[in-house]
Design a protein. Structure first.
Length: 89
């Protein structure tokens, strides 16, 4: 659910996720999530829909090397730190 902020259209929350693994995880939790939201918002017509958009998959880093590259893009001095202390990824 941290992958993006859901859109709201009438009584439907629309989650756009990058892959089917995240979709299946969210679907497993759907009953609990809906119960909580319906109770808190006092809206018992509330539901949610999941859309898979594989283009947003690129925003996530999964392997240690990918994580390093993302961090290095944010802070180029990370390369110098890695070289100075002869660190591996």
């Amino acid at each position: 659910m941290r992958s993006n902020i859901p859109e709201v259209k009438q009584n439907t929350l629309i989650f756009t996720l990058p892959n089917s693994r995240m979709e299946s995880s969210l679907l497993k939790s759907k009953p609990r999530i809906l119960k909580h939201l319906r109770d808190k918002l006092q809206n018992y017509q509330l539901d949610f829909e999941i859309i898979i958009n594989e283009e947003i998959e690129k925003k996530f880093a999964y392997t240690p090397k990918e994580k390093y590259e993302v961090l290095r893009e944010k802070n180029p001095l990370l390369s110098k730190l890695k070289a100075t202390f002869d660190l591996d990824v």
